[in-house]
Design a protein around this ligand. Structure first.
Ligand code: SAH
Length: 259
């Protein structure tokens, strides 16, 4: 009896790791998030029990304790229990809490990393997170913090880093994120890209600037979305857009963060 906390990647089954696909194919039980696509779930064996444990902002969600209890219960009855989570299990995925609950019950746990949407979403729209001249790093934050944490995000510090900022769970908070970053000194002209349903057939992107992000009358950012904020967000390196990308690249060399 082992519980595998498995990253399902950003959506498309093409982004699953071989380990994830192998475990899915032999799992007795698959306990999955709302963000795991039906294409991925179709890789489970026909006899596997599928348990939906969706936790999506704004939707009715399964209680964490209930999920922990299901994992412990099924692991007591079956050999292979897969807990399938969107992206990577440890990126805002609460895998640690589930691992601790299983370990406390004497159940073996293995965490299988997945391709996080923080990495896949930018790539899906041709945005490189780092670039030799435009950005020397990236920071990934959530816009949806646990109200009980005292680790509040220092948006003023993020505003002056000068590297790429990737925000998860930020769709409905886009306007307030933009306001916090502008207040911290980030230039209103800073490029922003938002990707909804990255890697899936209904993938959708919005390109804007910090000044316009979330502003009334502009394109709404629909969840689940990854926000990419910084000079690289104006690039589009997809093959069919190569020329456009080169033009954007030239015009961007002059964009800097005001500090
Ligand atoms: N563990 C996940 C993140 C879970 S938090 C990971 O590593 O990707 C859920 C958030 O992830 C969503 O609100 C959204 O910001 C982001 N997300 C997950 N899948 C996405 C997708 N296919 N497209 C865009 N954003 C996605």
């Amino acid at each position: 009896m082992t519980v595998y906390l498995v990253g399902a990647g950003p959506g498309s089954r093409d982004h699953l790791t071989l380990r994830a696909a192998d475990l899915l194919g032999r799992a007795d039980v698959v306990v999955h998030d709302a963000l795991v696509s039906t294409d991925v779930l179709a890789l489970a064996a026909p006899w596997a029990e599928l348990v939906a444990a969706g936790k999506r902002g704004g939707e009715r969600s399964a209680d964490q304790q209930w999920i922990n209890d299901v994992l412990v219960d099924r692991a007591g009855r079956y050999d292979c229990v897969v807990r399938l989570k969107g992206g990577d299990p440890h990126v805002f995925g609460r895998a640690a809490e589930e691992a601790v609950a299983c370990l406390a019950a004497g159940i073996e746990v293995e965490v299988v990393p997945g391709v996080s949407s923080a990495l896949a979403a930018p790539t899906a729209i041709g945005v490189p997170l780092t670039n030799r001249t435009l950005s020397s790093g990236f920071t990934v934050v959530t816009a949806h913090q646990d109200p009980h944490t005292d680790q509040s995000i220092n948006w003023d510090a993020l505003a002056i880093l000068g590297t790429t900022l990737v925000v998860l769970m930020g769709a409905s908070r886009a306007a307030s994120i933009a306001a916090r970053l502008r207040a911290g000194g980030m230039a209103p002209s800073t490029p922003v890209a938002a990707v909804t349903n990255a890697t899936l057939p209904n993938q959708h992107e919005v390109r804007t600037t910090l000044a316009e992000l979330g502003a009334p009358g502009t394109a709404a950012i629909v969840s689940p979305a990854v926000l990419i904020i910084g000079a690289v967000a104006a690039l589009d390196l997809r093959a069919h857009d190569g020329l456009l990308a080169a033009a954007a690249y030239d015009s961007l060399s002059s964009v800097h963060v005001q500090g």
